[in-house]
Ligand binder design. Structure first.
Ligand code: ADP
Length: 230
């Protein structure tokens, strides 16, 4: 249903145990992202951002709590089911790490589209056109500039028209100008109805977000200095 909140995390806990050592990476994190909204998640190193992102994407299982995407629970399911739901509903943007190095950009997109999502696939060319690098379809990732790589990674993340886009430091390695381009593309996606969550250290990314959640020691709160109107 289009009115459902696109992404909901309720009371997420994640413990890691190694011998006698127990790390509490997430201690009851709740958040939601609506369609059309951009949420920035900030916090110091070790605060639980990567763990949270992995749980939201269904790449990892929370020890407690639940994650729902487009109204469907993705947590506490077998890995194959989580993968299927992820392919159908979630785009994951991991800096340059979501590109396979030995195949062209166009084939990277086509591989992402091999999952049976039940949605008509947007052509690789169309996607690359939307992110402004249509002419680089046949290039290998190593042949692209940093800015082109960021756009290509975004095209792959958007390959299946996701309800939710999860981005891990999407502008971490970009110069200021390219960062603005990538942030504008993320905002465009939100404007088209996607729920966008950005884990970031970037002030520019925080500025374009509608809301900010700050993680500290595995707990979520509002930033000490609340976001002023854009
Ligand atoms: P951030 O992304 O904000 O830097 P992380 O989610 O990577 O934070 O880590 C949160 C806490 O969980 C840290 O104390 C980290 O050492 C711990 N942690 C993360 N992954 C593991 C793991 N696989 N095994 C044990 N501890 C982990």
């Amino acid at each position: 249903m289009a009115s459902e909140t696109a992404l909901v995390a309720r009371e997420l806990y994640r413990f890691y145990r190694a011998g006698e050592e127990e790390t509490l990476a997430l201690r009851g994190v709740s958040l939601h992202v609506e369609r059309g909204e951009t949420l920035a998640v900030v916090g110091p190193s070790g605060s639980g951002k990567s763990t949270l992102l992995a749980c939201l994407a269904g790449l990892d299982e929370p020890s407690g709590g639940e994650v729902r995407v487009a109204g469907i629970r993705i947590s506490h399911r077998p890995e194959t089911e989580r993968a299927r739901l992820r392919a159908r509903h979630i785009g994951v943007l991991l800096q340059t790490r979501n590109l396979l190095p030995h195949v062209s950009i166009q084939d990277n997109i086509r591989l992402a589209q091999r999952a049976d999502t039940g949605r008509p696939a947007v052509s690789a060319r169309q996607l690359l056109g939307q992110v402004g690098i249509a002419e680089r379809a046949h290039a290998l990732p190593r042949q692209l500039s940093g800015g082109e790589l960021a756009r290509a990674g975004l095209a792959v993340a958007l390959a299946n028209s996701p309800d939710v886009l999860l981005a891990d430091e999407p502008t971490g390695e970009l110069d200021g100008e390219t960062e603005q381009v990538v942030l504008a593309l993320l905002r465009d996606r939100a404007a088209q109805g996607c729920a966008v969550l950005i884990v970031t250290h970037s002030e520019a990314a925080v500025r374009v977000a509608d809301r900010v959640v700050e993680l500290a020691d595995g707990r979520a709160g509002s930033p000490a200095v609340s976001k002023t109107a854009k």
